[in-house]
Design a protein around this ligand. Structure first.
Ligand SMILES: CC(C)(COP(=O)(O)OP(=O)(O)OC[C@H]1O[C@@H](n2cnc3c(N)ncnc32)[C@H](O)[C@@H]1OP(=O)(O)O)[C@@H](O)C(=O)NCCC(=O)NCCS
Length: 157
């Protein structure tokens, strides 16, 4: 009899309230000023918000490894949150969520996508550049914890 293990299955699903404990753990390891449970709950209830998770399912066990939250506001899409669990970084998961965001917003006729990022967050800036975003502005001292500027990035195709 073969003992070969099945390959892990990777899915992109809508975020649910039941996912919040796993998401909050990723959020807390990812950010110096993490979102609170209430901030995630607000996004889940907001009709303009799209909240997605990547799950890896292996041997009957499901683990959330990344998530993205963005809002469709008039003719623009605003990225609100994106993070990848530490041990799963650098495997293309964030890029895949950014591509899914692009697909969803284009399906509803939106091209313009925007986000704010800490000037010191080199990995995120590099990801966003790879996804076609360019720096178009700056919000001085935007982050109150570090008094850092936010870069405002846009992509339109
Ligand atoms: C930024 C973040 C979301 C990237 O997630 P990831 O799944 O590791 O990124 P990907 O594997 O999809 O990388 C895609 C591209 O982004 C860039 N990138 C990602 N991590 C990088 C790093 N540590 N250094 C340099 N470039 C990086 C590269 O261009 C990479 O392409 P490559 O691997 O072909 O070189 C992840 O590091 C993270 O969760 N950081 C903490 C939370 C955060 O800062 N979120 C963004 C808030 S604005």
């Amino acid at each position: 009899m073969s003992s070969k293990k099945a390959d892990p299955q990777v899915t992109i699903d809508l975020m649910e309230r039941a996912d919040l404990p796993e998401i909050l753990a990723i959020e807390r390891e990812s950010f110096s000023s993490p979102w609170t449970p209430g901030m995630f709950a607000e996004e889940l209830e907001n009709k303009l918000a799209q909240c997605l998770v990547i799950r890896i399912i292996s041997e009957g066990k499901s683990v959330i490894v990344a998530y993205i939250i963005f809002r469709l506001i008039a003719d623009e899409a605003h990225l609100h949150n994106l993070a990848v669990k530490k041990e799963f970084k650098r495997q293309g998961l964030a890029q895949s969520l950014m591509e899914t965001m692009k697909d969803i917003v284009m399906q509803v006729g939106i091209c313009a996508r925007t986000l704010e990022v800490r000037e010191s967050n080199k990995e995120a800036i590099s990801l966003y550049r790879k996804c076609g975003f360019v720096v178009k502005g700056r919000r001085p001292l935007y982050y109150t914890d570090t008094h850092e500027d936010a870069l405002i990035m846009w992509a339109d195709k």
